[in-house]
Design a protein around this ligand. Structure first.
Ligand SMILES: [Zn+2]
Length: 299
Protein backbone atom coordinates (compact mmCIF):
# COMPACT_ATOMS: atom_id res chain seq x y z
CA UNK A 1 0.00 0.00 0.00
CA UNK A 2 2.85 2.38 0.62
CA UNK A 3 3.42 2.58 -3.11
CA UNK A 4 0.13 4.41 -3.25
CA UNK A 5 1.49 7.10 -1.02
CA UNK A 6 3.34 9.59 -3.07
CA UNK A 7 4.35 11.48 0.05
CA UNK A 8 6.06 8.44 1.55
CA UNK A 9 7.83 7.60 -1.67
CA UNK A 10 9.07 11.12 -2.03
CA UNK A 11 10.27 11.18 1.55
CA UNK A 12 12.27 7.96 1.33
CA UNK A 13 13.68 8.87 -2.03
CA UNK A 14 14.70 12.27 -0.81
CA UNK A 15 16.39 10.73 2.22
CA UNK A 16 18.47 8.57 -0.07
CA UNK A 17 19.46 11.60 -2.06
CA UNK A 18 20.51 13.33 1.09
CA UNK A 19 23.00 10.54 1.77
CA UNK A 20 24.74 11.22 -1.50
CA UNK A 21 26.54 14.21 -2.84
CA UNK A 22 23.79 14.89 -5.35
CA UNK A 23 21.29 16.71 -3.21
CA UNK A 24 18.33 18.36 -4.78
CA UNK A 25 15.76 20.39 -2.95
CA UNK A 26 16.40 19.27 0.63
CA UNK A 27 13.49 21.41 1.80
CA UNK A 28 11.19 18.73 0.40
CA UNK A 29 12.29 16.41 3.20
CA UNK A 30 10.73 18.57 5.84
CA UNK A 31 7.68 19.19 3.77
CA UNK A 32 7.15 15.51 3.03
CA UNK A 33 7.69 14.47 6.62
CA UNK A 34 4.98 16.82 7.67
CA UNK A 35 2.69 15.66 4.90
CA UNK A 36 3.27 12.00 5.67
CA UNK A 37 2.23 12.46 9.26
CA UNK A 38 -0.67 14.69 8.41
CA UNK A 39 -1.98 12.27 5.83
CA UNK A 40 -1.91 9.26 8.14
CA UNK A 41 -5.20 7.39 8.21
CA UNK A 42 -5.53 5.25 11.28
CA UNK A 43 -7.55 2.21 12.09
CA UNK A 44 -10.84 3.08 13.68
CA UNK A 45 -12.74 -0.14 13.99
CA UNK A 46 -15.11 -1.84 15.55
CA UNK A 47 -15.99 -2.30 12.80
CA UNK A 48 -15.94 0.68 10.48
CA UNK A 49 -16.44 4.32 11.17
CA UNK A 50 -15.46 7.21 8.98
CA UNK A 51 -13.01 6.74 6.19
CA UNK A 52 -10.15 8.85 7.41
CA UNK A 53 -9.73 9.70 11.03
CA UNK A 54 -6.30 10.34 12.48
CA UNK A 55 -5.24 9.33 15.97
CA UNK A 56 -1.60 8.41 15.44
CA UNK A 57 -2.04 5.20 17.43
CA UNK A 58 -0.27 3.13 14.79
CA UNK A 59 2.86 5.03 14.00
CA UNK A 60 4.37 2.37 11.76
CA UNK A 61 1.29 1.96 9.63
CA UNK A 62 0.99 2.50 5.94
CA UNK A 63 -2.50 3.79 5.42
CA UNK A 64 -4.87 4.07 2.53
CA UNK A 65 -4.57 6.90 0.01
CA UNK A 66 -4.32 10.29 1.62
CA UNK A 67 -6.07 13.52 0.61
CA UNK A 68 -4.67 14.51 -2.73
CA UNK A 69 -4.44 18.17 -1.79
CA UNK A 70 -1.82 17.28 0.82
CA UNK A 71 0.19 14.68 -1.00
CA UNK A 72 0.39 16.68 -4.20
CA UNK A 73 1.67 19.90 -2.71
CA UNK A 74 5.33 18.89 -2.55
CA UNK A 75 5.22 17.77 -6.14
CA UNK A 76 3.44 20.95 -7.17
CA UNK A 77 6.23 22.97 -5.62
CA UNK A 78 8.82 21.00 -7.56
CA UNK A 79 6.71 21.37 -10.71
CA UNK A 80 6.61 25.12 -10.23
CA UNK A 81 10.39 25.09 -10.03
CA UNK A 82 10.59 22.82 -13.09
CA UNK A 83 12.58 20.30 -11.06
CA UNK A 84 10.55 17.13 -11.65
CA UNK A 85 12.26 15.86 -14.85
CA UNK A 86 15.66 16.37 -13.24
CA UNK A 87 14.50 14.66 -10.06
CA UNK A 88 13.08 11.64 -11.92
CA UNK A 89 16.22 11.26 -14.02
CA UNK A 90 18.32 11.19 -10.88
CA UNK A 91 16.01 8.55 -9.44
CA UNK A 92 16.41 6.43 -12.54
CA UNK A 93 20.16 6.83 -12.88
CA UNK A 94 20.79 6.12 -9.21
CA UNK A 95 19.38 2.60 -9.57
CA UNK A 96 21.81 1.79 -12.36
CA UNK A 97 24.70 3.31 -10.45
CA UNK A 98 23.92 1.09 -7.49
CA UNK A 99 23.43 -1.94 -9.70
CA UNK A 100 26.84 -1.57 -11.29
CA UNK A 101 28.47 -1.13 -7.88
CA UNK A 102 26.64 -4.17 -6.49
CA UNK A 103 27.56 -6.41 -9.43
CA UNK A 104 31.20 -5.41 -9.18
CA UNK A 105 31.30 -6.01 -5.43
CA UNK A 106 29.62 -9.41 -5.74
CA UNK A 107 32.04 -10.63 -8.37
CA UNK A 108 35.00 -9.28 -6.43
CA UNK A 109 33.90 -11.05 -3.25
CA UNK A 110 33.06 -14.31 -5.01
CA UNK A 111 34.68 -14.73 -8.44
CA UNK A 112 32.37 -16.69 -10.72
CA UNK A 113 29.32 -15.66 -8.68
CA UNK A 114 27.20 -14.75 -11.67
CA UNK A 115 28.26 -17.81 -13.65
CA UNK A 116 26.95 -19.94 -10.77
CA UNK A 117 23.79 -17.85 -10.52
CA UNK A 118 23.14 -18.44 -14.21
CA UNK A 119 23.03 -22.21 -13.76
CA UNK A 120 19.53 -22.15 -12.27
CA UNK A 121 17.61 -21.88 -9.02
CA UNK A 122 16.82 -24.39 -6.28
CA UNK A 123 15.30 -22.25 -3.54
CA UNK A 124 14.17 -23.93 -0.34
CA UNK A 125 11.76 -21.12 0.50
CA UNK A 126 8.66 -19.70 -1.10
CA UNK A 127 8.01 -16.31 0.47
CA UNK A 128 4.55 -14.77 0.18
CA UNK A 129 4.73 -11.30 1.64
CA UNK A 130 3.19 -7.84 1.48
CA UNK A 131 4.18 -5.44 -1.30
CA UNK A 132 5.00 -2.82 1.33
CA UNK A 133 8.28 -1.22 0.28
CA UNK A 134 9.70 -1.43 3.79
CA UNK A 135 9.86 -5.22 3.90
CA UNK A 136 12.47 -6.60 1.51
CA UNK A 137 12.04 -10.34 2.02
CA UNK A 138 15.60 -11.49 1.45
CA UNK A 139 17.18 -8.71 3.48
CA UNK A 140 15.15 -9.16 6.64
CA UNK A 141 15.51 -12.96 6.51
CA UNK A 142 19.19 -13.02 5.57
CA UNK A 143 18.56 -14.96 2.39
CA UNK A 144 20.89 -14.71 -0.58
CA UNK A 145 19.86 -14.59 -4.25
CA UNK A 146 18.68 -18.08 -5.20
CA UNK A 147 17.44 -19.01 -1.73
CA UNK A 148 13.88 -17.70 -1.89
CA UNK A 149 11.19 -17.67 -4.54
CA UNK A 150 9.26 -14.51 -3.74
CA UNK A 151 5.71 -13.36 -4.34
CA UNK A 152 4.37 -10.17 -2.88
CA UNK A 153 1.00 -8.49 -3.06
CA UNK A 154 -1.06 -6.10 -0.98
CA UNK A 155 -1.51 -7.64 2.48
CA UNK A 156 0.09 -11.00 1.55
CA UNK A 157 -3.13 -12.62 0.39
CA UNK A 158 -3.65 -16.07 -1.12
CA UNK A 159 -7.10 -15.96 -2.75
CA UNK A 160 -7.86 -19.09 -4.71
CA UNK A 161 -9.16 -17.07 -7.65
CA UNK A 162 -5.96 -15.03 -8.04
CA UNK A 163 -4.15 -16.58 -10.98
CA UNK A 164 -0.90 -14.88 -10.04
CA UNK A 165 -0.40 -16.26 -6.55
CA UNK A 166 -1.87 -19.64 -7.56
CA UNK A 167 0.64 -19.95 -10.41
CA UNK A 168 3.50 -18.99 -8.11
CA UNK A 169 2.48 -21.63 -5.58
CA UNK A 170 2.00 -24.30 -8.23
CA UNK A 171 5.39 -23.64 -9.79
CA UNK A 172 7.20 -23.38 -6.47
CA UNK A 173 5.79 -26.64 -5.13
CA UNK A 174 5.62 -28.87 -8.20
CA UNK A 175 8.65 -27.63 -10.12
CA UNK A 176 11.02 -25.95 -7.66
CA UNK A 177 10.15 -28.37 -4.86
CA UNK A 178 10.41 -25.75 -2.14
CA UNK A 179 10.66 -27.08 1.40
CA UNK A 180 9.12 -24.14 3.25
CA UNK A 181 6.24 -21.86 2.33
CA UNK A 182 6.24 -18.67 4.40
CA UNK A 183 3.30 -16.30 4.57
CA UNK A 184 4.74 -13.15 6.10
CA UNK A 185 2.52 -10.28 7.16
CA UNK A 186 3.52 -7.19 9.10
CA UNK A 187 2.15 -5.03 11.85
CA UNK A 188 1.03 -1.66 10.56
CA UNK A 189 -0.10 -3.17 7.26
CA UNK A 190 -1.80 -0.50 5.17
CA UNK A 191 -3.73 -3.15 3.24
CA UNK A 192 -5.27 -4.51 6.41
CA UNK A 193 -5.95 -1.00 7.62
CA UNK A 194 -7.60 0.02 4.37
CA UNK A 195 -9.85 -3.03 4.60
CA UNK A 196 -11.09 -1.73 7.94
CA UNK A 197 -12.10 1.59 6.49
CA UNK A 198 -15.68 2.37 5.49
CA UNK A 199 -14.74 3.72 2.12
CA UNK A 200 -15.15 2.77 -1.52
CA UNK A 201 -11.63 2.10 -2.81
CA UNK A 202 -12.55 1.09 -6.33
CA UNK A 203 -10.75 -1.91 -7.75
CA UNK A 204 -9.16 -2.45 -4.36
CA UNK A 205 -12.57 -3.41 -2.94
CA UNK A 206 -12.62 -7.05 -4.13
CA UNK A 207 -9.02 -7.53 -3.06
CA UNK A 208 -9.48 -6.03 0.38
CA UNK A 209 -12.71 -7.94 0.87
CA UNK A 210 -10.56 -10.99 1.54
CA UNK A 211 -9.39 -9.23 4.70
CA UNK A 212 -12.89 -8.15 5.65
CA UNK A 213 -13.80 -11.84 5.38
CA UNK A 214 -11.01 -12.66 7.83
CA UNK A 215 -12.50 -10.15 10.25
CA UNK A 216 -15.94 -11.71 9.82
CA UNK A 217 -14.54 -15.20 10.48
CA UNK A 218 -12.91 -14.00 13.71
CA UNK A 219 -15.38 -11.30 14.66
CA UNK A 220 -16.12 -12.76 18.09
CA UNK A 221 -12.46 -12.76 19.13
CA UNK A 222 -11.60 -9.42 17.59
CA UNK A 223 -14.55 -7.59 19.10
CA UNK A 224 -13.45 -8.60 22.60
CA UNK A 225 -10.18 -6.68 22.18
CA UNK A 226 -10.79 -3.17 23.51
CA UNK A 227 -7.51 -1.55 22.49
CA UNK A 228 -7.65 -0.53 18.85
CA UNK A 229 -3.97 -1.09 18.15
CA UNK A 230 -4.04 -4.53 19.73
CA UNK A 231 -7.17 -5.45 17.77
CA UNK A 232 -5.59 -4.26 14.55
CA UNK A 233 -2.39 -6.21 15.28
CA UNK A 234 -4.41 -9.32 16.01
CA UNK A 235 -6.22 -8.95 12.69
CA UNK A 236 -2.82 -8.81 10.96
CA UNK A 237 -1.90 -12.11 12.64
CA UNK A 238 -5.24 -13.76 11.89
CA UNK A 239 -4.94 -12.69 8.27
CA UNK A 240 -1.59 -14.49 8.05
CA UNK A 241 -3.07 -17.63 9.59
CA UNK A 242 -6.00 -17.58 7.17
CA UNK A 243 -3.66 -17.18 4.21
CA UNK A 244 -1.64 -20.17 5.49
CA UNK A 245 -4.92 -22.05 5.52
CA UNK A 246 -5.51 -21.06 1.90
CA UNK A 247 -2.06 -22.41 0.99
CA UNK A 248 -2.83 -25.71 2.71
CA UNK A 249 -6.03 -26.04 0.70
CA UNK A 250 -4.04 -26.37 -2.52
CA UNK A 251 -3.76 -29.76 -4.23
CA UNK A 252 -0.07 -29.26 -5.03
CA UNK A 253 0.76 -28.64 -1.38
CA UNK A 254 -1.28 -31.55 -0.06
CA UNK A 255 0.07 -34.00 -2.62
CA UNK A 256 3.69 -32.97 -2.21
CA UNK A 257 3.44 -33.25 1.56
CA UNK A 258 1.85 -36.72 1.29
CA UNK A 259 4.70 -37.90 -0.94
CA UNK A 260 7.69 -36.01 0.49
CA UNK A 261 6.71 -34.62 3.91
CA UNK A 262 7.35 -31.15 2.51
CA UNK A 263 6.64 -28.29 2.06
CA UNK A 264 5.86 -27.06 5.56
CA UNK A 265 3.78 -23.90 5.85
CA UNK A 266 4.77 -21.11 8.24
CA UNK A 267 3.04 -17.91 9.34
CA UNK A 268 5.29 -15.02 10.34
CA UNK A 269 4.73 -11.34 11.15
CA UNK A 270 7.33 -8.59 10.79
CA UNK A 271 7.45 -5.65 13.18
CA UNK A 272 8.75 -2.24 12.09
CA UNK A 273 9.43 -1.18 15.67
CA UNK A 274 12.22 -3.71 16.22
CA UNK A 275 12.84 -5.26 12.80
CA UNK A 276 12.11 -8.74 14.10
CA UNK A 277 10.08 -11.58 12.67
CA UNK A 278 7.52 -13.21 14.92
CA UNK A 279 6.73 -16.86 14.31
CA UNK A 280 3.02 -17.46 14.83
CA UNK A 281 3.83 -21.15 15.26
CA UNK A 282 1.17 -22.32 12.87
CA UNK A 283 0.58 -26.01 13.57
CA UNK A 284 0.88 -27.14 9.98
CA UNK A 285 0.04 -30.81 10.50
CA UNK A 286 -3.02 -30.05 12.60
CA UNK A 287 -4.15 -27.40 10.11
CA UNK A 288 -3.68 -29.84 7.22
CA UNK A 289 -5.67 -32.56 8.98
CA UNK A 290 -8.59 -30.19 9.65
CA UNK A 291 -8.50 -28.80 6.12
CA UNK A 292 -8.51 -32.22 4.54
CA UNK A 293 -11.78 -33.12 6.21
CA UNK A 294 -13.38 -30.93 3.53
CA UNK A 295 -10.64 -29.91 1.09
CA UNK A 296 -8.79 -33.20 0.62
CA UNK A 297 -7.28 -33.17 -2.89
CA UNK A 298 -4.70 -35.93 -2.56
CA UNK A 299 -6.42 -38.57 -4.70
ZN1 LIG B 1 1.22 -4.56 4.17
Amino acid sequence: MSSLRLGNSLLSTTRRHLTTSRIIRPTILTKSSRLTRAAAVTFTPRYCSSSASSSGSNKDSSPSPSPSSHKDSAWRKMADDKQIPHYLKQDHDRVFDHNRAWATAQETRDPGYFAKLSEGQTPDYLWIGCSDSRIPAEQIAGLAPGEAFVHRNIANLVPNNDLNVMAVLEYAVRHLHVKHIVVCGHYGCGGVKAAMTAKDLGILNPWLRNIRDVYRLHEAELDTIEDETERYNRLVELNVVEQCRNVVKMAAVQQSYAENTYPIVHGWVFGFHDGLLKDLNVDFESMLAKIQKIYNLTD
